[in-house]
Design a protein around this ligand. Sequence first.
Ligand SMILES: [Zn+2]
Length: 335
Amino acid sequence: MRKYLIVFALSLFIFNSSQAQEKLKIIATASMIADMAKNIAGDKMDVECIVPIGGDPHTYEPTPRDVKLVVSGDIILMNGLTFEGWLTDLIKNSGTKAKTHIVTKGINAITAIDHANSTDPHAWMDFTFGYQYILNIKNALIETDPSNKVYYEARHDAYLDQLKAADKYVMNKIKTIPEDRRILITSHDAFQYYGRRYGIRLEAVMGVSTDSEIKTSDVIRLNKIIEEFKVPAVFIESTVNPKFLQQLSKDNDIVIGGELFADSIGDEDSEAPTYIDMLKHNTDVIVAALTNQNTSNEFEDHEQNSPAVKIVLYGILGVLCIGGFLLMLFRVNKG
Ligand SMILES: [Zn+2]
């Protein structure tokens, strides 16, 4: 009997210590919030995301996997500002004990134009609001795990420095676009915060959510703007069907400037695998297209030669001219 008791006590001990080793778990609703959380949590907590990379958080439909995920979490991080309309039901139905934190707390949100009494959720598109996101995330982590306060604070401060440098990068880069060309035409209205911070005018096909319908009046409005301001490019988004923008670019004989990341970061192999990369990549794409540096475009006029080819051609022409002149001199002298 004593032998059995010892085995039982031992197995209890092993069970307990394996439980103690299990890290606290953060569940983020969207990929950019998960990336911010990873930067602050380091190796002290695990981070998982509900909406997969490339998914659309506006119209997401939770799966049975998400119920399990939410139950397994200790902290839930959500954007708020009417971004995740599906989350309240998911939390309620799962019966999770995890505490939910709204990472946009303290942010003065933009009021959405197309829906009365609703706010524009895309506050992460302005890095200076990103500062508030990561402050809220840090506070949430410390509240749950105060023993690692110093660790989270140090990681937060280092990450904040990176965000500040990225903010400067975007600010300086947008300034290289001539002022009258700073017009950004995209699928849905995800760039208002970006535009307000970095000085670029926004024109979107849809409203702040991707589930709104495209109206004829919007098409007329966009065609007018493209013509009036000679807008050279429109931009598709990684999480939104590009069909309408492709049509718009065809109708107006202008290019698709590239793919932007608004509601999700990209996967590991993409140009935007992190929150910081996402905004920097968007900026690079926008600047290249609006200053006509974008050469990888299907609509480009391939008849035009590059400057290098031109130099070589002029060189050959010059040599031929001099050669001809010398030959003429030679003949005249001979005569
Ligand atoms: Zn959006």
